[in-house]
Design a protein around this ligand. Structure first.
Ligand code: G6P
Length: 607
């Protein structure tokens, strides 16, 4: 959430800052700004709107070789020019960009105001600029002024600070919000996410929480908040630059939908064991004996990660016969949860940064529980906080709405459930059935994606409604929830998901020709029940788009999308794929900003 970039070197900083911000725009996109040190002073340009608006507003003579930039997702104060970062002190000597939240901003504001500081924005970040200035006495090094300021601050942050009187350096700090240094040839880059850096360097250094760095054109020094030097070795970014581009697709979302067969292959890679009909998961850090002692599984995540967790819970219950349940991490963390020694907690997060999920992990660990992470971003905060876990290896996901990470998460749960199951009572024959089912999935997803044109036409036809109902029974219900979520997120069409069995207990009252239903109708033991529900909707003049393995009778539906059959436990994953395309093409038909839906951000690193 929010993006930070910074540059120091021989070149003009602004070009990198603007390009880097564009790469980070998916993290927040309501306002953007840049600042450069120039001739003993600061130049600042910031606007409400997108990075493209900022690029248009930056004056031609906005030159400087040391600079910082930011793209924002508003927390304190509405999106506006004044609330956009960078924020400066009264003398316009210090500029700060910040991700995260300063929790004691109100108290600090009052203290600073009592000293005569006049604030120009409603943000918590502006406090930081004034505090750094207050610590910047004669001869004080910028890093010491920043340490002094952070000593007064309670909250989470990733920051980059520029001092026009010390333009040979940028000082950055991390506490709960990522900061990555990019090492160049006599130039250095900084970003909150490697996506902004990979075109310039593959050599990076990830700061740890509680660390700062002084970044100069010819290198960097990392140290702690109490000024102890720490040594950080650079690592190499392993993703190709191309995985951060749209690769000719109209949107990242469409590209990521199409990347799913390859993402699934990567998530499965090296993890299936045909001989013992099980899965190998090297990072669990739990041996078979410890796994046998687990009596329950509690899965935690937010948004699509939570829905993927619901599919995961079903897989674990079905294959391992261990009670499993998924809950929004954002709720769990606030309800003083009971932590049980024989429960395995699993935190799910694409970014590995979602604050609510991280806080849930910390709450469990504080109470002595054991947590596994199912995470896409290697080395992220949640991955580091967990006792072990499964990396998705889905590749970078840029579009705000999750698709390939969702699918890879379900695959990771299928592997976990298979592993668990084979330690418990899942038979070798059933194990083999699941292994074969998993191996067939990439091609089956390709088959669904071939129906893109047909789905696009249906999406355009169905998009023109005030709302849509999504229904599914048991295994189909999480599919309905994720399908409805996707449609809401990117098309802004109201969508409601219900268990098909619950329809007659209330929401049937909503059914009319104006509220079409997407019905998940897998060919499983509940097929007849689902067909009955379709009949009940039809009897109330409802329109139905079925997603099924076999086309139901014509009188029961208006349209049908056919999906290849997998094993019943794995079917939800495939049933979800057409719903992604449905949401995507509905959003396109309605002219929405698909990759950057209004009011949202990719990684929500605030409470
Ligand atoms: C935000 C995004 C959602 C995402 C959720 C969890 O709300 O808009 O698309 O599912 O965060 O993100 P995570 O990175 O933890 O999976």
């Amino acid at each position: 959430m929010c993006g930070i970039v910074a540059y120091i070197g021989p070149k003009d900083a602004t070009a990198f800052l603007l390009e880097g911000l564009q790469r980070l725009e998916y993290r927040g996109y309501d306002s953007a700004g840049v600042a450069v040190a120039a001739k003993g002073g600061l130049k600042v340009c910031k606007v409400k709107g997108r990075v493209a608006d900022l690029a248009a507003a930056v004056p031609a003579r906005f030159k400087g070789t040391t600079g910082i930039g930011h793209t924002r997702w508003a927390t304190h104060g509405v999106p506006s020019d004044a609330n956009a970062h960078p924020h400066t002190d009264v003398a316009e000597r210090i500029a700060v960009v910040h991700n995260g939240i300063i929790e004691n901003a109100d108290q600090l504001r009052a203290l600073l105001a009592a000293d005569g500081v006049v604030f120009t924005s409603e943000t918590d970040t502006e406090v930081l600029a004034h505090l750094v200035a207050a610590h910047s006495g004669e001869g004080v090094e910028l890093e010491d002024a920043v340490r002094g300021a952070l000593g007064q601050v309670v909250g989470t942050y990733g920051i980059a600070v520029l001092d026009s009187q010390q333009p040979d350096r940028i000082v950055v700090a991390r506490n709960g919000s990522p900061i990555v240094l990019g090492l160049g040839e006599k130039e250095m880059f900084v970003a909150s996410d490697v996506a902004a850096l990979v075109r310039y360097t593959r050599q990076v250094v990830h700061l740890e929480d509680g660390e700062l760095a002084t970044v100069r054109a010819d290198g960097f020094r990392t140290f702690t908040e109490d000024a102890r030097t720490v040594t950080r070795q650079p690592s190499t970014v392993d993703w190709e630059v191309a995985s951060y581009d749209t690769a000719g697709y109209q949107h990242y979302l469409l590209k990521e939908i199409h990347e799913q067969p390859a993402a699934v292959e990567r998530t499965l890679s090296g993890r299936l064991d045909e001989r013992f009909a099980t899965a190998h998961l090297g990072g669990l850090n739990l041996d078979a004996r410890e796994l046998r002692e687990i009596r329950r599984v509690k899965i935690l995540g937010c948004g699509s990660a939570y829905y993927a967790g619901e599919m995961g819970a079903q897989l674990i219950e079905e294959l391992a016969r261990i009670p499993a349940h998924s809950e929004p991490a954002s709720e769990f963390r606030y309800r003083n949860p009971v932590i049980e020694a024989d429960t395995l907690y699993v935190a799910v997060s694409q970014s590995g940064e979602t604050y609510d999920t991280l806080a849930a992990v910390q709450e469990i660990k504080r109470k002595g529980g054991r947590v596994l992470g199912v995470v896409n971003t290697v080395g992220s905060a949640i991955a580091r906080e967990c006792d072990g876990g499964i990396y998705l290896h889905a590749g970078p996901e840029i579009s705000v709405a999750s698709t390939k990470a969702f699918t890879s998460t379900v695959i990771a749960f299928a592997l976990l459930a298979l592993h668990f199951g084979r330690i418990h009572d899942l038979s070798p024959a059933d194990g083999r059935r699941i292994v074969a089912g998993l191996k067939a999935l990439p091609d089956q997803i390709r088959e669904i994606l071939e129906q893109e044109k047909e789905i696009a036409e249906l999406a355009a036809a169905y998009a023109d409604n005030a709302g849509m109902m999504f229904i599914g029974r048991t295994r189909g219900y999480p599919v309905a929830r994720e399908g409805a979520q996707k449609l809401k997120e990117i098309s802004y069409v109201h969508a409601e998901a219900y268990p098909a069995s619950e329809l007659k207990h209330g929401p049937l009252a909503l059914i009319s020709p104006e509220l079409p239903t997407v019905a998940l109708v897998p060919d499983d033991e509940l097929l007849d029940k689902n067909l009955t529900t379709l009949g009940e909707i039809k009897a109330r003049s409802g329109r139905i788009l079925a997603v099924a393995h076999r086309t139901p009778e014509a009188k029961l539906i208006d349209h049908c999308l056919l999906v290849p059959k997998s094993e019943p436990e794995l079917d939800p994953l495939l049933l979800n794929i057409p719903l992604q395309l449905l949401a995507y093409y509905a959003a396109v038909a309605l002219g929405r900003d698909v990759d950057k839906p209004r009011n949202l951000a990719k990684s929500v690193t605030v409470e």
